[in-house]
Design a protein around this ligand. Sequence first.
Ligand code: ADP
Length: 752
Amino acid sequence: MRGLYADVIIDISHEAIDRTFQYAIPDDIAGRIQIGSQVNIPFGKGNNLRKGYVIGISDSTEYDESRIKSIDSLCEDGVAAPGRLLALAAWIKENYGSTMINAIQTVMPVKKTVKSVVVRYVVLSCEDVDTWEYRYMKKNARAKLRLLRELMVRHELPMTEATGTLNVSHQAVKAMEDEGVVRIVEDSRYRDVVSDAVRQQAFEAPDIELNSDQQRIVDDFVSDADQGIHRTYLLHGVTGSGKTEVYVRCIREVVRAGRQAIVLIPEIALTYQTLTYFSRYFGDRVTMVNSKLSSGEKYDQFERARKGDVDVVIGPRSALFTPFEKLGLIIIDEEHESSYKSDSPPKYHARETAIERARLEGASVILGSATPSVESYKRALAGEYRLWTMDSRVEGRTMAETSIVDLRDELHRGNRSIISDELANDIADRLSKREQIMLFINKRGYNSFVSCRSCGEAVKCPHCDVSMALHSGNNTQKGVLVCHYCGFRMPEPDKCPACGSKLIGGYGVGTEKVEQEVHRLFPEARTLRMDRDTTSKKNSHEQILESFGRGDADILIGTQMIVKGHDFSRVTLVGVLLADLTLFSGDYRAGERTFDLLTQAAGRAGRGDVPGKVVIQTYKPDNYAITAAASQDYRAFYDIEEAYRSLMRYPPEWNMMVIMGTGMDEEQLANIMDRMYSLIRGKYINAGHLSVIGPSEPAISKIKDVYRRVLYIKHRDYRMLVDVKDYVEEWLKENGENDVSVFFDLNPVNMY
Ligand code: ADP
């Protein structure tokens, strides 16, 4: 009999071994090994056992059979990667640059099986109940009698209830089992991750009648589905136009046809709201996954999806890899959000990756946004995606009125508060009417940084090249400086560490400071604050939002997390305290990001019956991103932005790649980056308009004592950049240094 051979990717991320190794499959496990299986294999000189993934199986080998090693064993607790997702991993590796093992790990958010939760039940198992009841009565066995009587009504109950609420001892239950009165049975349960608050609201929604825009779109989707056409749709709908309802209806069609759907949301904070909405339609056939779940909870949700026990999974980026067997639709809500791009290698973009997964599995994709990314809109205009537009809010609700406040005037008039006179008047007005207010600032902490008025230096983290953020102390006057990159903390200094001057102090504003200012101006106002500091616990997002939704506070103050997607009908005023913070973030998407944030902020006002108002405070009232957002004119913004990007050779017209090298030895790093530069210039000198810039120091040139250097490569054609990446990867296998890591970022969304 001929043997079988497996192509195995070793579970070590290193360029030098980023290829398959062939192993013989021992007969005793041959029947259980499949593509995607995790196996233990002897590797290297010492033949130490390593884990690996089988990505191919064949019945012959090109190598000398006698020298091929054998697989040691199957990883008993390893989850097998579905073959389709392995194909997606290969695509990710190819298009974004990473080792194959990193790509495999990316498409497998859950790699290990986790024991299921076992629940024990007490079940009534005798016929002659009355006899036993009589016996227990006579013996005065009160506990047994309590349990028996409860079981006469309910037939079975959880063991915890018997020993808890009913207060029957374990021995007594066991004795009843010995007497043949009851049986103790074990049942495994999925860990439920949807809170009771959400489940209780399930199925409560009155059936909404679609308006004509929504109906036209759903009809279009159904008509494509009926013809077996799968494509990518871009749903451009203003805030409050009812996009979620469109998603729900399209998913319902998909589920009716026996297929499943993934709904991506840009951040965990939106889970509660989205889940609540979807639960009303899909009940317990919808669940969610995210990084805050325990490994057991996550494992169970993926298992439910794999077995088809749920139809819809909601979650941030990594939910894209939910192992549904019959995926029919992927929805990406707020598709323009930068959180859809992975921030660690492989730096894949969930939008592109979703479109590829859909292509591999014959599914459709709906991208939804009130402010589509320039990339997606351009493709939609070119006909690559089908464009669906919804220009008006549901039920004839008006868009919010917007007002731009020029902060320079405010200063001239002598108002030094971070709240302008106009905004203060509006807040007072809404408070008196018992309407709710949201105040938004794109920063967390108290003051953003501490700097010296004498020498102009900001206090920087000793390990990272960034200013440290000032957080105010609880009861003490002095605050703490925190590095948001490495977590390093130090007390706020009295003197400038650079020059010794005492003229040192905090600058900029953050959510905490806004809250203090609000309390100063409106002592009677009840406030809630939502930022990274107040939401680090598991359910803190939900709690703050629920509480605000209930009306426990008048004013919600927060960072961009409060801006995205939330739907509070009593909010009639939104204040953007400093629109410019995103404008000067120093990257080519600053305009787009500002426009998005302002539009989303405007979308939070007036979702109920009372019209809303947005006050945008800025030092740059004439900037096109701000004026277009104020007039809520996406097309005006897009036309300018697209022209600017083309002129400056930025995406989407052009493509760019960042090659980042990092290492502790600055000189060694500089040397390798210089050689890489020459290498690329040498090979691609004639590849029309390939520009190579660098090596240069990125905005943050050191993190945790590790130096960073970058090369920027631009070309019209994405494939050309992939070609450069492959070439550099190949070169690194021979010429790389152990102490220098290199990664690639194609079309980065954050600049370096
Ligand atoms: P968007 O995501 O476009 O900002 P949502 O989907 O959040 O808007 O919808 C806003 C609100 O309007 C939701 O409360 C939703 O239930 C409601 N809604 C959606 N469609 C309709 C409709 N056809 N008629 C009445 N209300 C609707």
